[in-house]
Each structure stands twice: as C-alpha cells, then as structure tokens.
Write a protein that binds this ligand. Sequence first.
Ligand SMILES: [Zn+2]
Length: 343
Amino acid sequence: MAKKSEQAEEAVVRTRAPEQYPWHDDLWQMTRGAMMRLPHALLLHGLPGLGKQAFGLRLARSLLCLTPNGAGDACGSCKSCALLDAGTHPDIAMVTTLADSKVISVDQIRELTDFMSLKPHTATRKVAVLWPAHVMNVNAANSLLKMLEEPPAGSFLLLVSDQAGRIPATVRSRCARVIFRPPARDEAMRWLEDTRGTQSDNVSLLALAGGAPLAAAVFAETGWIEQRDSLLTDLENLAGHRDTPCACASRWKSAGAEPAVDAVYGLAADLVRLGTAGPGASVSAPELRDRLQHILQSIELKKLYHFLDAVSEVRNLLRTPLDQLLLIEDLLIRWQRVVPHIV
Ligand SMILES: [Zn+2]
C-alpha cells in the first residue's frame, strides 16, 4: 500500500509544472515556434545538468494545455493543466527506468505504443516523455522504432538523453534534435549565485560541471568537492598500502559507485594533464594540484594512460548488470600497480 501511494506521489511530481531556466529562453522560443512543423518525435540532448528533462516536461505540458499563453507555455489553469498538476492526466505518459532496473524494457515500450495508439481523452493529442532514452535496451529501441516509423496521428514523443550517442542511429535519425549547450559563463554564474548565494566555490563547481549550472548546484548540495578530496585520500592510502582494494571498493559502492568512478576519471585525467603539460596545466581539481603533483612523481606516464583507459571502461561497465563491487576492486588493484611507490 505504501508503495502504491509513493508511486502516486511520484506521478504527481513528474507532471507538475517544472522549473524554467533562463538559459532555455531562446531554445524554447525556437522549439515551441517550430513544434507543429517538426517531426512528431524530438530528441532533447546535451550535457547533464542543463535542465533537458524540465524542458521536455514544459513542452509536454504546453502541448497538452487547452489554452497555452502567448509564450507557448501551459496556462496552468485549464482542465488539462489541472490534471497535469494532479498527476492524473490521461494523455501523458512518463517513461523511465523502473525502480529495480537500469534499462527501459521492451514491455515498457509496448505499453507506451498501446497508450499512444488510443485517441486522446482530455487534450487534443497524446504526449510521451521518455528519459534517459539511451538506457532503452535493444529490443525496446527496436519496438520504439516501429512506433517512429508509423507515428500514431497527433502524438508527440519527447526523448531526453545526455548520452545520445548510445541511442541506435535508426532511432536518432527519426527524431528532430534539440541540442542543449551550457549557457554563457556570466549567465550560469548569475543563476548559481541567485540559487545558492555568492560562494567562493561557485567558480570551481561550475568548471567541474563543464558549465552546466544544475550539475554545479548538485555538486554543491552533495558536497562533491569534499567527496573528491576524500576519494583522493583513498587513492593515496591504497598507493601507500594503508588500505585494501577490497575494503575501499566496498565503501565506494555503498556511497555510489558511478559518482566515485566519475570522480576518479576526473582525477586521472588531471594527472595526465599535469604529466604532459607540466605543473601549471589547467586541471579540474585545482585545490588538489599539489597532492596530484606528488603522486605524479612515482607514476610512469604510459601506465597512467592505460589507467585512464581502464577507468573509462569501468565507467561504461558500471551501467551494465556486471557486479559493481568486482569492477571497482579490479580498478583499484590496477591503481596499486600504477603507483607502487608512494609512501
Ligand atoms: Zn492549460
């Protein structure tokens, strides 16, 4: 019973009016203006942390609203908008991974196809938002392709992804692309300052996030810079044999394997930059420069490149059903081989 009410609550949150971000303004006008001339499937893609999903929902709401305003946004007061706010609109489908799965399955896409083929109930069309689109498995993508080849009349499908390259080309080619790019630095900084105040680490958070303001805010909330510091301490301890790959892997897995390995990738890439361009090289973790420089003294650059490749591979493998603990442990054993001499 509790689970059901949680799901209902989630459905309400999912279709409620999303936040609007200033860096979407131009893209919104362009997309909303061209909507009726575009194919019935859009692929919203770009770096994480740019608000693509919020944009997709904003678009979905505006397509379902019975009386959109002058800017093309949902009015917020018609019958359709009220149903969206209540999470009970019969003409929208929000498709994402189920709680116990990393992929969007063929069953979910079949269900979506059935939903889309029915006539709209309240609005004048049916809309589906599907994210992250790159986690559809092969069968799901093939099933979606069939729908894209013969789109039900009056339906709109909005695919959202920050790794569009992982979506089969056959699917991508049937979608109009809406590309999200990081806003100008000043605009991003302004938003970050409005959101979390003028903080000394805003600049480094934004750099860490590749200029994506929402990602920078998440890094701030989750204490990412502190976490990265602690991951480097783990790597130093492993190099000095004061910790074991097994114990360390277990901690990383509990804390979240993917963010940890992403951070290690950033640190390894910084080591490569310092190793090739010298101590003044631009790095993603400037506050850790001296410690990285110290580690670099006992690493062969060639081995470091191999390690960076290994981290990259593990990042991809973590998204598969393989055992995360073993993947991380193996990576940390490699790390110990790369830096055998640090004290
Ligand atoms: Zn409305």
